[in-house]
Design a protein around this ligand. Sequence first.
Ligand SMILES: [Zn+2]
Length: 371
Amino acid sequence: MEHKKRRGILERLNAGEVVVGDGGYVMQLERRGYVKAGHWTPEAAVEHPEAVRQLHKEFLRAGADVIQTFTFYCSDDKLELSGNVTTITGAQINDAACNLAGEVANEGGALVAGGVSQTPCYLKTNSETEVKAIFKKQMDYFLQKDIDFFIVEFFEHVEEAVWAVEVLKSSRKPVAATLCIAPQGDMNGVPPGECAVRLVKAGADIVGINCHLDPLTGVRTVKMMKEGLEKAGLRAHLMVQPLGFHTPECNIGGYVSLPEFPFALETRAMTRWDVHKYAREAYKAGIRYIGGCCGFEPYHIRAIAEELSAERGFLPPGSEKHGLWGAALEFHTKPWVRARARREYWENLLPASGRPKCPSMATPADGYQND
Ligand SMILES: [Zn+2]
């Protein structure tokens, strides 16, 4: 693989470059048999490093410019509460995860982002001192390693995300902050525009959305954040790492409240062509850090890199296997398949689900209804 000079995240974004993020780890590794369902904690970094390394490598090869440490939900309070009884500590997981991400990122000039997510302590105590102490502990683990920047991700309450940003800013490394919220706002009803303002005032360099809802909803919410910042006279880079699933219900609690969560989401999966459309919409909205979260597999990340290949100036490895917009099908033996070697076919296709008795939408669980 080509070795690029490793420039920092803000250097890249300040130059107006597209930064392609990586995809989702916990859900993918659960499907592969390495993560405990329901707990979604990252012990696999210690127990099955080869599985985590392989997924990092696939995202890198698909075109990711950033490799996130596999440290989702890795605060000690979450590890204890998750009930996934092991003797593995947060310190061990953070250490192993940083080594794996760093090792793979170095193979392709990618950056390593240390991920910090919401804590059970926040809902239990709402104590700024206690929650900040948890983030400080995680930050200190990360700072013993060679990470490039931080990603505050999967926060349902902007108040807690602000606390995380305030702690991580003390490291003097760049901080990106993404909330898993709907256009309706965070769980306390704070609208996206106001959330963005609070995060930037706390010191976030990059703000946006991750997880919970589908890509076009994510773009819509980030646009609301952008408008909020503009009205307040603030500036920040924009980021989006949405679900790889269709969630037309657009309920405030996101996909966790859908009946298919987490073991029957396949019918909602994005096609690579859905992702082309998403990447273009995100780019047009002024978002330059574009990646994915749960449900985003390596081929989805490759679709982002392919859609934005003119802007980035290169295609990711592996593109030649299918050709842009399926051009490789020109060599298929069946004439009707050969006829599909073109953009118009895939761009206009309405794929059938193959499940005649399935509804197109579901009713989210109580407590998470649309407003
Ligand atoms: Zn996710």
